[in-house]
Design a protein around this ligand. Structure first.
Ligand SMILES: [Zn+2]
Length: 473
């Protein structure tokens, strides 16, 4: 898998705001007057920042971004990137709108550090593209940016991942407005194409403009939601991701007339191979991250197992899910081959050869070839570094029952392009548990939505983390 590179035109635009835009966003907190949300009773006071105004401002950004349809494919993220550049320019933060083609641009902005003693930069990462939506299945149209009377924002991307785009955007704006001197650069990147692997987004940016993304630390999507258990709320901070190694199985047999069955039918061989894979007990592979997670849960593990047993199994094993089948062209012809594709997710540290050897051992003597179509290794970051420790400290200040625990993600995010490069990546979009509104369940689902309360809860937590991590003392 190679990112599209030199054969594609580079587009790199420093963005200049119009006077109207400057006017609109420079005094953004006054927007609080335009929308009334009952936030004042639910937000604790925090010196220096009018969080009620920030809530209204952030809500406006998120509704605007949802209305910019960035369904991938085709993506068309440039309009969203330009929107962000406009907002940032209104606060005198210059940004780059950059991508492999004019309609697949990402946005990158940087708040520079001051003085001496520079520390490795912190990257606030999110993505602009969203997965498709079926409008007929939604309560409110997925690209209308509806804010209902209960303070819920509806739309594709509210959870994955425009909500985080807005939280990180607002953190940047607040740092800038406060004029806080920084000991390290804070980089904000909202990328294209994450939902399709990032080849037109982060992978391309790292290949073509790595200096724009230079960072030692990253806060990304992929974790942060709280799970309530026995009076405690466990906030899962993603510190690693499983690898991706999809498999193609090709069964071989003897072709012939279907009216005369024989025992060398490729379709039957394939069915047997899939049966063996589906029933195989793959060995337990306990990573340090998962061991620490299980230790933190302690006696509450069985409770969590009732809620998300499949997920807990998946973070401790390689997994296999057959998803695609192809064989034959006519009902009365036995084909010579039959093919299946199997989604395979692997524990960090496993190599392509190990995975293939494991699969071949399971398939055994059947006449079925197995190959990997793509191999992206998993990664596991530090869950005891300085940024992680700070996340552990800050979260309970906003939720006294909150406990931060490290977590291995079963799926993939743009973090997989950074983790193996030595960047400490933390998937952390803080969200309090709300009945029926699990972000984990709503990502990619019908009726994706987020409450204004949780949008701002996450913003406040992230602001505290970033401000303390990056402010010069
Ligand atoms: Zn996402």
């Amino acid at each position: 898998m190679r990112p599209p590179g030199n054969n594609l035109a580079k587009v790199c635009e420093p963005w200049q705001p119009s006077d109207e835009t400057r006017q609109k966003w420079y005094n953004a907190p006054t927007l609080a007057n335009e929308q009334s949300q009952p936030m004042e009773n639910r937000l604790n006071p925090q010196p220096g920042i009018n969080w009620q105004a920030v809530a209204a401002e952030a809500t406006g950004y998120l509704r605007d971004l949802i209305r910019i349809d960035t369904t991938n494919p085709p993506g068309n993220e440039t309009a969203a990137a330009r929107y962000l550049a406009d907002v940032l320019a209104g606060a005198d933060i210059s940004a780059q709108v950059v991508g492999p083609t004019p309609d697949r641009c990402s946005l990158i902005a940087r708040l520079p550090s001051h003085g001496t003693g520079h520390q490795p930069p912190l990257l606030l990462l999110s993505h602009l593209d969203v997965v498709p939506a079926e409008p007929g299945e939604w309560t409110h149209p997925p690209f209308a940016g509806v804010l209902d009377d209960d303070g819920v924002i509806w739309g594709r991307g509210t959870v994955d991942c425009k909500g985080l785009v807005v939280q990180e955007l607002v953190v940047l704006l607040l740092l800038q407005r406060a004029g806080i001197p920084l000991n390290r650069d804070v980089v904000f990147a909202a990328t294209a194409d994450e939902e399709a692997g990032g080849l037109y987004g982060l992978a391309w940016l790292l290949a073509e403009y790595p200096h724009l993304l230079d960072a030692g630390y990253c806060i990304n999507e992929g974790g942060g939601e709280g799970i309530r258990l026995n009076g405690r709320t466990f906030y899962l901070c993603q510190t690693g991701e499983k690898g991706i190694s999809p498999l193609r199985l090709t069964a071989h047999g003897r072709p012939g007339h279907a009216a005369v069955p024989h025992d060398n039918n490729a379709v039957v061989h394939l069915a047997h191979a899939l049966d063996r894979l589906a029933n195989a007990e793959l060995p337990l592979r306990l990573t340090n991250t998962v061991a620490a997670f299980l230790a933190a849960l302690g006696d509450d593990y069985p409770l969590l197992e009732q809620q998300m047993g499949d997920v807990l199994h998946a973070i401790q094993h390689n997994t296999l899910s057959p998803t695609m089948l192809q064989a034959g062209s006519k009902v009365n012809v036995i084909p010579s081959t039959a093919e299946a594709q199997v989604d395979c997710r692997i524990i960090p540290g496993q190599t392509q050869d190990e995975v293939l050897a494991q699969m071949r051992a399971i398939i055994g003597d059947l006449p079925v070839d197995v190959e990997t179509t793509i191999f992206t290794p998993g990664y596991e970051g530090a869950y005891d570094g300085d940024l992680y420790r700070l996340i552990e400290t800050v979260l309970p200040e906003h939720d006294p029952q909150g406990v931060v625990v490290p977590f291995l993600m079963t799926g993939g995010t743009d973090g997989r392009h950074l983790g193996p490069r030595g960047v400490s990546v933390y998937g952390f979009m803080p969200a309090q548990p709300e009945p029926g509104l699990s972000l984990f369940d709503l990502a990619h689902a019908h009726d994706e939505r987020i409450t204004v309360d949780n949008l701002i809860f996450g913003t406040r937590v992230l602001y505290d983390i970033v401000q303390r991590f990056c402010a010069a003392t």
